[in-house]
Write a protein that binds this ligand. Structure first.
Ligand SMILES: Nc1nc2c(ncn2[C@@H]2O[C@H](COP(=O)(O)OP(=O)(O)OP(=O)(O)O)[C@@H](O)[C@H]2O)c(=O)[nH]1
Ligand SMILES: [Mg+2]
Length: 304
């Protein structure tokens, strides 16, 4: 089964860059210094994610106005898709939010008109340009603004993303969260961890794959998600440094908070898994170790 995902948005918001970095493994630093040419014509590509085949459609921003008016193009771009990702960037949102709201409303109407099954998902991209110490609360504010201005009968999911090396996990998290709705391996892993973490307080679990990309993130309901962006930076650094970095449990600094961190390699359970990390404001080494052991116990029922 192939899962079709369409990426749409205005020109130069970063659609093709996301595709190149996440799926083709290109260096984000280089793509910022040597930007890509504008995309011309719809580009199709096929990628693997866990047990899924993803067919990705990257559409040119230049032809978005035509797409929003042309029935045939809408069927080609949005027909049979599982998710329509509308990408907009932070600078455009600040400059002309109404223009973005109008696009999203049009896509919502198109989906209704053609009775497409696709979920509409929003990415507010280039969040690295949001230079603010209180990034968590800023993002909450923007999320509320978007939802309020859209005035739709349902709330569309919004992810804040950036290909800035320290924030790259934002994109992995957004995509893996979307894909996990369609991947059996992902939803399985998510279910196991959710069950194990649900009675813990202020704790989060993250699993990476062999390329050190994030494949699953599950947090307890009272976890302060405004510190996520600091955590992403830590995971990024630790997965790219020596194994010793996380083989010894330690305290880590996440913005205004100190969290206990414990990680372990779980690649023996599934060729797609690499490391599991737990971060907690309330639990310490022994308790986190217990959580990791419980996850391993459950995984061994499925995969060994
Ligand atoms: N600051 C910042 N710049 C980014 C980010 N992602 C992409 N860019 C830059 O955004 C510009 C446009 O990127 P593209 O990926 O070509 O944009 P696109 O949406 O595919 O554009 P079209 O093909 O014209 O529709 C490039 O200069 C990228 O380097 C990001 O997360 N942060
Ligand atoms: Mg492009």
């Amino acid at each position: 089964m192939v899962t079709k995902i369409s990426m749409v948005g205005k020109p130069e918001v970063g659609k093709t860059t996301i595709k190149k970095v996440i799926f083709d493994g290109e260096d984000p630093n280089e793509l910022v210094i040597f930007p890509l040419e504008a995309t011309i014509g719809i580009q199709y590509s096929v990628h693997d994610f866990m047990d899924l085949k993803i067919s990705l459609l990257d559409s040119p921003g230049q032809s978005l106005p035509i797409l929003l008016e042309d029935d045939q193009k809408q069927i080609l771009t949005f027909g049979d898709t599982s998710a329509i990702i509308y990408i907009f960037d932070y600078p455009t949102w600040i400059e002309n939010s109404q223009d973005i709201i109008d696009d999203v409303k049009k896509i919502y109407e198109i989906k209704k008109k053609h009775e497409f099954d696709a979920k509409i998902i929003l990415f507010l991209h280039k969040m690295d340009l949001l230079i603010n110490k209180k990034i968590g609360s800023m993002l909450d504010l923007i999320r509320r603004q978007v939802i309020k201005q859209l005035k739709l009968s349902e709330e569309l999911p919004i992810y804040f993303t950036s290909i800035h090396p320290n924030l790259i996990f934002t994109v992995y998290n957004a995509l893996s969260d979307i894909f996990s709705n369609y991947s059996k391996d992902s939803s399985n892993l998510k279910k196991i961890i959710t069950k194990i973490i649900q009675d813990s307080s202020k704790t989060i679990c993250v699993v990476t794959n062999q390329n050190n990309n994030l494949i699953i993130q599950v947090n307890s309901s009272d976890f302060d998600t405004s510190i996520l962006y600091y955590l992403y930076e830590t995971i990024h650094k630790s997965t790219n440094s020596t194994k010793e970095y996380f083989s010894k449990s330690k305290f880590i600094n996440a913005g205004s908070k100190i969290l206990y961190m414990l990680g372990e390699n779980i690649s023996s359970y599934h060729s797609n898994f690499n490391d599991i990390f737990f971060f907690s404001e309330t639990l310490e080494e022994d308790e986190l170790n217990e959580l990791i052991n419980k996850v391993k116990e459950e995984l061994s029922k499925y995969y060994i």
